[in-house]
Design a protein around this ligand. Structure first.
Ligand SMILES: [Fe+2]
Ligand SMILES: [Fe+2]
Length: 177
């Protein structure tokens, strides 16, 4: 008895790749529900934009308070959140979707909140909370994707790892204040 081959045979692979070439990176072997993945990525994108804005606000406010260590961390995080937003937008387009950058409804689409904070300690605390929200929601998205869309899962895991660093940074600053 011949065993079931693990990989799709080359002839089938080649034939499948020729069909629907207008779908670019999305092949017939794509296993996830594309609509759902694009919606989740747009929610993550909104989260990243809100986080970028919050860190920017905190950066300028902390600078005014001469809190240079915290301000530098806020700035660095703002830049990384911006980078995350770009990775997400790029992936949405690859999947045939459209990235939602509309300010309309942005804070509702976002998982994390935009809280300005009264003082430095408050700002750090709000950032820590936002990071913890992002960590849980991104972990859930990565788990949901499983092996159905490994590329999107890897992107979510890369972002997740940085959010965990961000949370760790904020926790350390909070302790030092
Ligand atoms: Fe981020
Ligand atoms: Fe973050």
């Amino acid at each position: 008895m011949s065993e079931q081959p693990f990989l799709t045979d080359i002839k089938t692979l080649r034939e499948r790749a020729r069909r629907h070439i207008e779908q670019g990176a999305v092949t017939e072997g794509y296993k996830a529900d594309r609509e759902t993945v694009i919606r989740l990525l747009n929610e993550a994108l909104a989260t990243e934009i809100v986080c970028t804005l919050r860190y920017k606000r905190h950066y300028y406010m902390a600078e005014g308070l001469s809190a240079s260590v915290a301000a530098q961390e806020f700035l660095e995080h703002a830049q990384q959140e911006q980078q995350h937003a770009d990775w997400l937008a790029e992936r949405i387009v690859q999947l045939g979707g459209a990235p939602n950058f509309s300010p309309e409804g942005l804070s509702t689409r976002s998982h994390a909140e935009y809280v300005e904070g009264e003082d430095l300690k408050d700002m750090v605390k709000e950032n820590l909370i936002a990071e913890r929200i992002a960590i849980d929601s991104y972990r859930e998205i990565a788990t949901f994707l499983g092996d159905k869309d490994p590329t999107t899962r890897r992107i979510m895991e890369d972002i997740l790892a940085q959010e965990e660093e961000h949370a760790d940074d904020m926790a350390a600053i909070l302790e030092a204040i």
